[in-house]
Design a protein around this ligand. Structure first.
Ligand code: SF4
Length: 385
């Protein structure tokens, strides 16, 4: 169809234009944009222009695309749109962490968390990490996580994932340097959209965030860990481990019934040998549950099989838990024992980080479930800074 045809469309078929579902361009990659513009009878270079405006220049509307002719912008706005996340609230912590609550087009909500560097060296000072969501809710029902109690609503589109980065950069007027896929949802259950978003975010002509500054965190999809290794994407990988004992982990994370600890470790071994990148194990310490000498020994044994990094995460409030759930009986390991656990691992040459409590004070600012969820997520995300 020619440009002239599209311009004439509303004159002759106003009802048709009104009822057509507009194509959302945010989330399309360059190839898809090329197909889109060619179908409009336009030259391929238009796609590169659109791509640059959508991602590198973060345009919120066609009006901002000043080097594209008015006629073409008019056509674009008749048949397509740029769908933007709506910022509902932002909560700022005393430690400068910012939690954003976004509304999606179907009125569902997600959160993203912006975490400044707590490290003081000059090269780390400018580090700014965004923790993004990949699903609305989550079907995995991990017992220490409030998102799990929300149930699963839907996957986010690639555009909605990318837009969290765009909107936070616009709002904060700062460049995000690091990205962690560990907001609401399990990224491996939305694999295609997650990978598509990474391609756009990582692209020099997109958002230009280096792949080595992007971490995907999974609750334990062994098949997807292998797929990620086979695809040789240079992104980093983190596993929410929380116990090496299969029975205990099943109690905490029902996904363990599908992929056992043993299967997970084999998948991570495969990942390490294929990519030579050390995975990070996230480990929330629960008093008397997964913080014993036996747990230390299991970890040391594991590190001999897979060179790894470990993030130890203090556990916080579980007031959102149902009384019948195991989550209600979980208590935080006291700080001195967390340090002792870390020291024991360090003595075996394991790289260990112990997370603090930054961002904790802003959790009450938004809806309760998402708020409490972020409490855990913040700790985990910090571990990857
Ligand atoms: S920890 Fe992650 S995977 Fe588990 S329920 Fe929460 S969001 Fe889902």
């Amino acid at each position: 169809m020619s440009l002239a045809f599209h311009l004439a469309l509303p004159l002759f078929f106003p009802y048709l234009v009104h009822t057509m579902t507009k194509k959302n361009l945010k989330g399309l990659n360059l190839t898809e944009l090329q197909v889109f513009v060619e179908e409009l009878g336009e030259k391929k270079y238009r796609a590169a222009q659109l791509y640059g405006w959508l991602y590198a220049k973060a345009a919120q509307s066609f009006d901002e695309m000043t080097d594209i002719s008015k006629d073409f912008r008019q056509v674009l706005s008749q048949i397509s749109c740029i769908s933007n996340l709506q910022l509902v609230t932002q909560s700022i912590s005393t430690d400068s962490t910012i939690k954003y609550l976004f509304k999606l087009n179907d009125d569902l909500a997600i959160e993203s968390v912006l975490i400044p560097s707590t490290k003081k060296s000059p090269e780390e000072e400018n580090r700014l990490t965004l923790c993004v969501s990949t699903q609305v809710g989550c079907p995995l029902d991990c017992k220490f996580c409030a998102t799990g109690t929300m149930g699963f609503m839907r996957n986010l589109t690639a555009g909605e994932i990318v837009d969290q980065v765009i909107q936070v950069q616009r709002n904060s007027q700062k460049r995000i340097t690091n990205l962690v896929y560990m907001g609401m949802g399990e990224p491996m259950l939305n694999y295609e959209n997650v990978m598509k978003s990474i391609d756009i975010i990582n692209d020099d002509h997109g958002l230009n965030i280096g792949a080595r500054h992007i971490t995907i965190s999974t609750a334990g999809y062994a098949d997807k860990i292998r797929q990620l290794a086979d695809e040789e994407r240079p992104v980093k990988l983190a596993l929410s481990l929380h116990s090496l004992d299969n029975d205990k982990r099943t109690k905490l994370m029902p996904i363990t019934k599908k992929f056992s600890v043993d299967e997970l470790i084999k998948a991570l071994e495969y990942y390490y040998h294929k990519t030579r990148r050390r995975p990070t194990f996230e480990y929330i310490l629960f008093d008397g549950f997964n913080d014993t000498a036996a747990d230390v020994r299991s970890f040391i044994k594991l590190s001999r099989r897979i060179p790894c990094k470990v993030n130890l995460i203090p556990f916080h409030s579980i007031s959102f838990m149902l009384p019948s759930s195991i989550g209600a009986s979980l208590k935080p390991t006291p700080a001195p024992r967390i340090e002792a656990f870390a020291d024991a691992l360090r003595k075996s040459d394991i790289t260990v980080m112990v997370r603090g409590s930054s961002g904790q004070d802003i959790n009450a600012a938004c809806g309760q479930l998402a708020v409490i969820e972020s409490k855990t997520k913040l700790k985990i995300a910090e571990g990857l800074l």
